[in-house]
Design a binder for this molecule. Structure first.
Ligand code: NAD
Length: 359
């Protein structure tokens, strides 16, 4: 197919750093920003995305347009397509894989459980199999989630805290991904770094996330529901700005050891790491809404509901000491500054009028 020719012609030679990275989920929110970040510093980047229908494909296509204008090709395909993966790894000697493809969201699982198993478990295994067989074997950095800490964790969450109480199928599949990563590390010598993201937000964001649909509904004058719990006080999340997360992802790539193909017990063993990438400043959802009201200059119609939202962990808070020490990770964007950038993007993309859209 056309992409094979284009991959051979473009992806490999364009790396100025010696890094050639396959980004899965490249047309997704974080995948787009990570791809741009890699490209900006001179890495060779090739994207892969199946453009699933979880939310507005138009938005994914617009992100793809942005990437292509920056010289990043996005191949349309699924990480479960082993033939496609083999062709990609044959065509390009990837040094790294940045694995951002997943079925995200917690409530969608109630009707679409198979999609989580397909992308987050089977798809991850399929990708790791391709990495295992590739020559050279790439190092892998992938997105886990703060959701693995589940319901009973103390806060702030540290990497060694218990993760045995997932509050959603999504969380369970991310936890399963971490176990699978362990296996491919110690049996097959793949170097794998899992990053537990905490509620990432920013321009080109995901329409299913609260900051995004609150913005849409506030602008349309529609009532917004704010879920609170009486046991834990306000629901609060450790909102983390996407540029900070991208810096963490790039640092994880830079510090990743080479895959050795020799298993964990031998000399030069490949590494397996897990890091929290959060902001360390949990914010009540009510505060998020008041910042949005200020930025949009519109008073929200609020309905406060005294219970947690189904599938959500009521309070998230990252301890980022490990990422700071080992990756130099240091988030710098506070919620108001980050939302300002999001709102600016939102208004330029959708307009500030109460117009209809497909999502
Ligand atoms: P997203 O849905 O915008 O991006 C994921 C992309 O992967 C989508 O474009 C989708 O089409 C693609 N994809 C899904 N299944 C695929 C498959 N089988 N094959 C190929 N492509 C596939 O989500 P996001 O917010 O950008 O999340 C990126 C990663 O970070 C995901 O792994 C997600 O679970 C994780 N994460 C995100 C957050 C957050 O707050 N955004 C928090 C924790 C973890």
């Amino acid at each position: 197919p056309n992409w094979e020719h284009r991959v051979r012609a473009s992806a490999r030679p364009r790396s100025k750093t010696g890094f050639t990275v396959l980004v899965t989920g490249a047309a997704g929110f974080v995948g787009t920003h990570v791809s741009l970040g890699l490209k900006r510093r001179g890495d060779g980047v090739l994207g892969l995305d199946n453009f699933n229908q979880y939310y507005d494909i138009g938005l994914k296509k617009a992100r793809q347009g942005l990437l292509e204008r920056s010289g990043i090709m996005v191949v349309e395909g699924d990480i479960n397509d082993v033939v496609l993966l083999r062709k990609l790894f044959d065509a390009v000697a990837f040094t790294h894989v940045m694995h951002m493809a997943a079925q995200a969201g917690v409530r969608y699982a109630m009707q679409n459980s198979g999609s989580y198993v397909h992308s987050n478990i089977a798809g991850f295994v399929s990708l790791l199999e391709a990495c295992k067989m590739a020559n050279p074997q790439p190092s892998i950095v992938w997105a886990s989630s703060s959701s693995v800490y589940g319901l009973n964790s103390k806060v702030p969450f540290s990497e060694n805290d218990r993760t045995d109480q997932p509050a959603s199928l999504y969380a369970a599949t991310k936890k399963a991904g971490e176990e699978i990563a362990h296996t491919y590390n110690h049996i097959y010598g793949l170097s794998i770094t899992g990053l537990r993201f905490f509620t990432v937000y920013g321009p080109w964001g995901r329409p299913d996330m609260a900051y995004f649909f609150f913005t849409k509904d506030i602008l349309r004058g529609k009532e917004i529901k704010i879920f609170e719990t009486s046991d834990h006080g306000s629901v609060a999340r450790d909102f983390t700005y996407v540029d900070d997360v991208v810096k963490g992802c790039l640092a994880a790539l830079d510090t990743a050891k080479k895959s050795t193909g020799s298993g964990g017990k031998k000399k030069g063993a490949a590494q397996l790491r897990i890091y929290n990438l959060g902001n360390t400043k949990p914010m009540p959802v009510g505060r998020l809404v008041s910042i949005l009201e200020k930025l949009l200059k519109v008073k929200a119609k609020k309905k406060v509901i005294q219970m947690p939202r189904n599938g959500d962990v009521p309070f998230t808070h990252a301890n980022i000491t490990l990422a700071h020490t080992e990756l130099g990770y240091k988030p710098t964007t506070d919620l108001e500054m980050g939302l300002k950038k999001f709102v600016k993007w939102y208004v330029s993309y959708y307009g500030s009028k109460k117009k209809k859209s497909s999502w």
